[in-house]
Design a protein around this ligand. Structure first.
Ligand SMILES: [Zn+2]
Length: 332
């Protein structure tokens, strides 16, 4: 009969090894573990590419923002908003706003539309420059930056905080005069609600260094052949969406006339907390949704789930978001 031993030779070796590891300050691993893989806590590089006619469009993720759910609608009873969110299986406390910027290669110029939040807004955002490089381009290749409006998540990425200098060294810039003038005026910080005073202070910090390289655009101005601003004021005084046209192939970039994949479509007359002139924003949102649905436009929306590309479908008196993931396969 084989004599039972409390320890096998393998156990003794493991114990000896473990003892030396412990002596060296390592953590004792359970039997069978050879490596302790650290959690990566990150997603894959965020970019998504498609074409509009001859233009190549790359959606660049700047990450996302975590925002209070109450900011989705300030003109309806709390119980109504919470009921809507609950029926859509969503949190009634917070919401995630993705940040999807467009990088357009026209063949002649590389044009970035909005630059994300930079490193000083929310820790979950500020990844646009990193994703631009992951997508195969470099920051100094950007020829032109079009800014839809001067909120932090759209312009604070203008500055390389480490260098304390403009990040896109070879770019010229475009913004509507209406938004530039409002957000760079010294007195704006004392005029806007206290919760967004920092937006005005930040706008001066990030915009004034590029003043000489910035073209002040008029509402609805054509920036170049096939790229036209579409005036959608309300969220911000000179807020603009952008229409890309290549023959029959079109892309509507909404910026923040639309901010939520459900609320903005199903209840376009609800007032998001960050719309500075809510009634004007409702008018802009409704006309943009109507145009997108009627013309069956492909739409890229800044805060919808990445990559924020899809269509707007009419549904009775309101609309619904139809993500393009229904149509696009992953290239193999
Ligand atoms: Zn925004």
């Amino acid at each position: 009969m084989k004599k039972l031993s409390p320890f096998s030779r393998r156990d003794m070796l493991r114990a000896g090894g473990a003892a030396s590891l412990l002596a060296a300050g390592h953590v004792l691993l359970p039997a069978g573990s050879f490596a302790k893989a650290p959690m990566q806590d990150a997603q894959v590089p965020g970019f998504f590419r498609f074409h509009v006619g001859a233009y190549e469009v790359t959606v660049l993720s700047d990450g996302n923002l975590i925002l209070p759910a109450a900011g989705l609608a300030t003109n309806v009873p709390e119980v109504q908003l919470k009921g809507f969110l609950r029926s859509n299986m969503r949190s009634t406390q917070s919401r995630v706003g993705h940040i999807n910027a467009a990088l357009i290669n026209t063949g002649a110029e590389l044009i970035l539309i909005d630059v994300g939040s930079g490193s000083n807004f929310q820790s979950t955002a500020g990844k646009l420059a990193e994703n631009l490089e992951a997508s195969g381009y470099s920051l100094d290749q950007v020829d032109k930056v079009i800014m839809t409006h001067a909120h932090p998540d759209h312009i604070w990425g203008l500055t390389d905080e480490f260098e304390d200098a403009p990040r896109y060294t070879n770019a010229s810039y475009v913004m509507t005069a209406a938004d530039w003038d409002f957000w760079t005026a010294k007195e704006t910080a004392s005029k806007v609600p206290a919760t967004i005073q920092g937006f005005a202070i930040g706008a001066r910090k990030h915009l004034l260094p590029i003043a000489k390289k910035t073209k002040m655009a008029k509402a609805n101005e054509q920036i170049l052949q096939g790229i036209t601003l579409v005036s959608t004021p309300g969220h911000s005084p000179g807020h603009s969406s952008v229409l890309i046209e290549q023959g029959d192939d079109k892309l509507l970039i909404t910026a923040d006339a639309i901010t939520d994949a459900q609320v903005s479509f199903e209840h376009p007359d609800w007032h998001p907390g960050l719309d500075l002139d809510p009634e004007m924003a409702v008018k802009s949102r409704k006309s943009l949704l109507k145009m997108a649905a009627a013309e069956r436009l492909t739409v890229l929306s800044y805060h919808l789930p990445f990559p924020g590309v899809g269509h707007v479908a009419a549904r009775g008196n309101s609309y619904r978001w139809v993500p393009s993931s229904f149509e696009w396969a992953i290239p193999g």
